[in-house]
Design a protein around this ligand. Structure first.
Ligand SMILES: *Cc1c(COP(=O)(O)O)cnc(C)c1O
Length: 392
């Protein structure tokens, strides 16, 4: 298992836990207990039951006939957009909230940029009757009104981060500060395969239900339990990690990630971390991140809020470094055209994040008999205004 995390929390040279001393007890408690808890039969039973009855899993693996004809290959869509709350994020928040209960925590905190992870967290806190505080940059609160209203309706408290650029990274700092001050009763739910060990591994395990289902579904539909390629968009990398997970060690499966190229990688307005980044420390993890020559984090840009992140999870940094994974950067324009094409070809409006994964079909040619699975990470209802107002 060269692509899973080692004892010390590393994927090759990436990962680890680079945290202030004050956070050490919280992260250490999690590190010591997460595997035992996740592997308990009673935990698995409760997790699987909620995934089935509350989220609506298994999500379908849909053979996209018209898209397949268009690109002359066999394309299947893993329909995470059909999950409760409309994306893959709920798989992870359900897992973490169950873990938090077993750790005896009564309060949940989270940070959110566009609000998607905040909504997924507020949802599971309502489900479990736990207090929920979501930190969000003041600017993002103004930009993402509907998600703020959803979180409040679900009973969460949304706290504005008013320092710095008043966006995601400041919200993350506020959440960290809260956690340092409330170590015993609070669990911090991180929304992607980022952050200090054990978060990347823990989140990947919760999202791995995606590839576990793909295996079973392909066995039925294709008579073999693996595809030739899996394609996913990559922000922090959680839907990609989940879609890749059970194929990491199967070299017959090509792993392809789509990063957000924004206005183009040379434009200065991009979120293509692997194309532009260098090794450094971000949010407690050694990984690849976009930074200036003197190590300041560069403000990212993408038309999709969910991919607008200056780093990438350590697993993906490792997959790229070892060339086990291929990563493409997709511009805003390419993503928007792909999103429109999928809407008209299959009757499915994808999230703009997901549209980046579809744009891979215009970048790489597949063989006619290749089985290509695209992780349809979320639905595009939230992006309607952006689609409508976009000048193609
Ligand atoms: C948040 C989000 C993403 C990006 O997050 P990952 O951790 O990279 O998966 C992708 N697609 C959708 C629909 C999202 O909401």
């Amino acid at each position: 298992m060269i692509y899973t995390v080692n004892e010390a929390g590393y994927y090759g040279k990436f990962g680890g836990a680079y945290i202030p001393e004050m956070l050490y007890p919280n992260v250490e408690e999690l590190r010591e207990r997460y595997l035992d808890i996740i592997n308990e039969p009673a935990f698995q039973q409760e997790f699987q039951e909620l995934l089935h009855d509350y989220v609506g899993r298994p999500s379908p693996l849909y053979f996209a006939k018209r898209l397949s004809d268009l690109y002359n290959t066999k394309i299947y869509l893993k329909r995470e957009d059909l999950n409760h709350t409309g994306a893959h994020k709920i798989n992870n928040t359900i897992g973490q909230v169950l873990l938090a209960k077993r750790l005896g925590k009564q309060k949940i905190i989270a940070e959110t940029g566009a609000g998607q992870h905040g909504v997924a967290t507020a949802t599971v806190c309502a489900l479990m009757g736990l207090e929920c505080i979501v930190y969000m940059g003041e600017i993002d609160i103004a930009r993402q009104r509907p998600n703020v209203e959803r979180m409040k309706m679900l009973g969460a408290k949304v706290v504005p981060a008013t320092s710095g650029s008043r966006t995601l990274k400041d919200a993350t700092n506020e959440a960290m500060r809260h956690w340092i001050n409330n170590p015993t009763d609070t669990h911090y739910i991180i929304g992607s395969v980022v952050g200090p060990h054990p978060y990347p591994d823990m989140v990947a395990r919760f999202q791995s239900v995606i590839s576990a289902e793909i295996k079973q579904q392909l066995q039925t539909k294709e008579g073999r339990d693996y595809p030739d390629y899996v394609i996913a968009c990559v922000g922090g990398g959680s839907n990609a990690a989940g879609a890749f997970y059970h194929f990491l060690d199967n070299q017959k499966v090509g792993l392809i990630g789509a990063e957000a190229g924004g206005l183009g990688i040379d434009s200065g307005k991009s979120a293509a971390t692997l194309a532009l980044g260098k090794i450094g420390i971000l949010h407690g993890s050694k990984t690849v991140l976009m930074q200036t020559t003197d190590g300041q984090v560069v403000e990212p840009h993408s038309i999709s809020a969910g991919l607008d992140y200056p780093g990438i999870g350590p697993l993906h940094a490792h997959l790229s470094d070892t060339q086990r994974g291929q990563f493409y950067s997709i511009t805003d324009d390419e993503a928007m055209r792909a999103g429109l094409l999928v809407s008209r070809t299959e009757g499915i409006i994808p999230a703009i994040e997901t549209a980046h994964a579809f744009a891979i079909l215009t970048k790489k040619t597949f063989q006619v008999n290749d089985v290509v699975v695209i992780c349809l990470s979320g639905r595009g209802d939230k992006d309607l205004d952006t689609y409508v107002n976009y000048q193609y």
